[in-house]
Write a protein that binds this ligand. Structure first.
Ligand SMILES: Cc1cc2nc3c(=O)[nH]c(=O)nc-3n(C[C@H](O)[C@H](O)[C@H](O)COP(=O)(O)OP(=O)(O)OC[C@H]3O[C@@H](n4cnc5c(N)ncnc54)[C@H](O)[C@@H]3O)c2cc1C
Length: 439
């Protein structure tokens, strides 16, 4: 049914006495899932939210991802690792900290004992060894699966809303890509969302509120908007770099933290040239000690691992290479820094190349720079409701918002993703306050 509120026509289904608002969240990464949870638990709103999260990948989490390793010699070592986000800085990440507390997730400090290696990026040779203390204040999620535990806990919390017929509900659709968002006509006034599901084929949804919880550049490059997103915002979305989209993350797992015996922390930093580099590594660090997940042998074995970032041009060169090929390309450089033990103690290896992930990186990506040098992220227009250019239909009848870490001034890290979720939930609540209330 349609009702008038604050002088505008709003599409509303009345469920009992409470208005029902249909919300589509595009993207099941940290920002999308946090938005869904905050909205579903926003008890004060006097609104029933029917929320659907549409996620294109076959897994949730987006740039938070853990996986099993490729065993070097035996098939007994499969260890889950953070191949996306890993660290948080609690003194700074206040919004993420609140979420972690709500989800009952503990942190542990990034290991730090011994000297870090500084090496020349242009030839991979060691320049000096010194204690930097960069690990101070850096923490990781305390769980065998790492940061992905945040996604698991969010999913668990959201599952409480999955069965509700009458109240607020949350449905999650995996392997379904949103392709098109059209603004309704005078008759339908809602958004029409067209998607393609791997299992059920093309689908159409109507929604009062659409939240794009994905990188703005990816959204504008891969979703067709009818009418179009206005030019100023369109240009900003195209030029907003996606954090870490050109990066590759590697994890080398060893039978022991052999570097500690050499008085090393496991950390290494590339110095000098970032553009012409012989070494593929820009930074290496020690991951926490691990227990293998597969304990069917009955033995618990303490492992240790080194994580590493690889940026362009190496990550571009390594696109679509097998794990074995990536290992062959990178291991000789690791041996230069850590010695023969880097090969003899190696038990498993894994890598993830984000530059070849179509639901993170865009084909228009030309980024060759380190993410810390990125400009143009967090523009204020990204935080305002998107006004699709349809002169016949007033935009206040439905709401289109952008979430995701790139939309915030505090962009890039998980903190930005959680901040964006809080912001869009406040915006939806404000929009809802124009709807008729219980009375
Ligand atoms: C290698 C790497 C290391 C990082 N390290 C850290 C770190 O140590 N600390 C830290 O705080 N942050 C780190 N980050 C950043 C952190 O991962 C991100 O800030 C955060 O995960 C972003 O969440 P998001 O929800 O904004 O976006 P995303 O995680 O990108 O989520 C967007 C979701 O939208 C989905 N999607 C895309 N297109 C469509 C479509 N058309 N239809 C439906 N779904 C779609 C995607 O599959 C994805 O699941 C790192 C990132 C990477 C890649």
């Amino acid at each position: 049914m349609y009702v008038y509120s604050s002088g505008v026509l709003v599409t509303l289904v009345m469920c009992g006495q409470l208005p029902e608002v249909k919300v589509i969240i595009v993207g099941g990464g940290l920002s999308g899932l946090t938005t869904a949870l905050l909205l579903a638990s926003a008890v004060a709103t006097n609104i029933i939210f029917k929320i659907t999260v549409i996620e294109s990948r076959q897994r949730l989490g987006g740039r938070i991802f853990s996986s099993t390793g490729f065993p070097v010699e035996t098939d007994s070592y499969y260890v889950a690792k953070d191949l996306g986000a890993a660290w948080t800085w609690p003194s700074h990440d206040k919004n993420l900290g609140e979420l972690l507390q709500q989800l009952n997730i503990s942190l542990k400090p990034q290991p730090s004992c011994g000297s870090d290696i500084y090496f020349d990026a242009s030839n991979g040779q060691i320049l000096q060894k010194a204690i930097s203390g960069w690990q101070q204040g850096t923490y990781r999620v305390k769980h065998e699966i790492g940061t992905y535990h945040i996604i698991q806990r969010l999913q668990e919390q959201l599952s409480h809303y999955s069965k509700s017929q009458e109240g607020t509900s949350v449905q999650i659709h995996l392997e379904e890509q949103v392709l098109e968002i059209s603004k309704g006509t005078e008759e339908t006034v809602q958004f029409e969302i067209t998607s393609d599901s791997r299992s059920s084929g093309p689908s159409k949804y109507l929604a009062d509120v659409v939240i794009l919880a994905m990188p703005p550049k990816l959204a504008i490059s891969s979703i067709q908007f009818t009418p179009n997103v206005p030019n100023p915002l369109r240009n900003i979305m195209y030029s907003t770099p996606t954090w870490m989209e050109a990066t590759m993350k590697l994890v080398f797992t060893f039978s022991a933290a052999f570097w500690r015996k050499q008085g090393l922390s496991g950390s290494a930093f590339a110095l000098r040239s970032r553009s012409s580099t012989a070494s593929p590594f820009s930074q290496i660090w020690e991951n926490e000690e691990e227990q293998p997940l597969d304990e069917k042998q009955g033995e618990k074995c303490t492992l240790a691992s080194l994580g590493a970032f690889v940026f362009p041009p190496h990550s571009t060169y390594l696109q679509h290479k097998t794990q074995k090929e990536v290992l062959q390309y990178t291991l000789p450089h690791l041996k230069v820094l850590y010695g023969e033990d880097a090969e003899t103690c190696l038990v498993s290896f894994m890598s993830h190349n984000w530059s070849q992930e179509v639901f993170t990186s865009t084909s228009t990506s030309t980024s060759t720079s380190h993410p810390s040098t990125m400009k143009g992220v967090g523009h204020k227009l990204l935080r305002q409701p998107v006004q699709l250019e349809n002169k016949e239909v007033s935009t206040s009848r439905c709401l289109l918002l952008l979430a995701g870490t790139e939309t915030e001034e505090e962009h890039g890290h998980m903190e930005g993703a959680v901040m964006s979720a809080k912001r869009v939930v406040a915006q939806v609540q404000e929009w809802c306050s124009t709807l008729p209330s219980r009375e």
